[in-house]
Design a binder for this molecule. Structure first.
Ligand code: NAP
Length: 245
């Protein structure tokens, strides 16, 4: 992965941060995208540099087409075209459907699914030219199992799986792989605010009887980004302690 140009969306914290750190440790030049948390993103950049890696932060709201175009251009200007794209940015707006507002559905689709489509499209031309590319979309166990209160989120994450398979078919002959990673319950800020009763019932549904760590998701992503995974495309790799099998 030496000197490969990798763009990770939503990498200021959580799973994205762990992916950025692991890819950088394997020699990739890592573009850390963030939307609002500049200080956290700069701290990730600093950590990678202090460990001898190459990283730089890039602000962009990836739900916005113009910002996505600018982001991909800025990264290319810095290091050359994106070769490894990790669509990790995501939000939740949980609510039972009966109470969910249309705006909550739209926001989740725009941030989780549309963003990945926009970014993949923006990176694709150069990947096709180079006959090399790795696109990894961060889905969720919710896409595979469904989850009450997450009709919007599960639809967006299932959409990522369908999109990954369709694009994988379009570009398989051109050296580009497209895969999804489906984390189960991972300890991050996104999941930190759930009530103890919910945490207990989730833990009971995990055969390994523990929550996952962001670094464990990052390990699956770095594998799919590696040359060793060059014959793997259109797959969904669950990292969930056996929750979905
Ligand atoms: P997190 O801690 O909430 O971090 C999400 C990151 O995405 C933040 O850095 C956020 O940046 C960024 N982001 C959101 N919308 C963005 C946008 N429009 N443009 C740019 N950045 C944006 O979440 P996480 O737990 O690490 O989750 C990362 C991914 O894994 C998400 O796609 C999530 O759905 C998925 N996932 C997580 C779990 C889990 O248990 N944690 C399970 C399954 C799947 P700002 O804070 O600056 O907005």
């Amino acid at each position: 992965m030496e000197d490969r140009v990798a763009l990770i969306t939503g990498a200021s914290r959580g799973i994205g941060k762990a992916i950025a750190i692991q890819l950088a440790s394997l020699g990739a030049r890592v573009a850390i995208n963030y939307r609002t948390r500049e200080q956290e993103a700069l701290a990730v950049e600093q950590q990678i540099r202090s460990e001898g890696g190459v990283a730089k932060t890039f602000a962009a709201d990836v739900s916005q087409e113009a910002e996505v175009q600018a982001l991909v251009s800025e990264v290319a200007h810095e290091w050359g075209p994106v070769e490894i794209l990790v669509n990790n940015a995501g939000i939740t707006r949980d609510q039972l459907m009966a109470r969910m507002k249309t705006a909550e559905f739209d926001a989740v689709m725009a941030n989780n699914l549309r963003s990945a489509w926009l970014l993949s499209k923006a990176c694709l031309r150069n990947m096709l030219r180079a006959r090399y590319g790795r696109i990894i979309n961060i889905s969720s166990v919710s896409a595979l199992m469904g989850n009450a209160g997450q009709t919007n989120y599960a639809a967006s994450k299932a959409g990522l799986i369908g999109m990954s398979k369709s694009l994988a078919r379009e570009v398989a002959s051109r050296g580009i792989t497209v895969n999804a990673v489906a984390p189960g319950f991972i300890e991050t800020e996104m999941t930190a605010s759930l009530p103890e009763s919910t945490l207990t019932s989730i833990r009971n549904a995990i055969p390994m009887a523990r929550f996952g760590q962001a670094s464990e998701v990052a390990s699956a992503v770095t594998f799919l980004a590696s040359d060793g995974a060059q014959y793997i495309t259109g797959q969904t790799l669950s990292v969930d302690g056996g929750m979905y099998m």
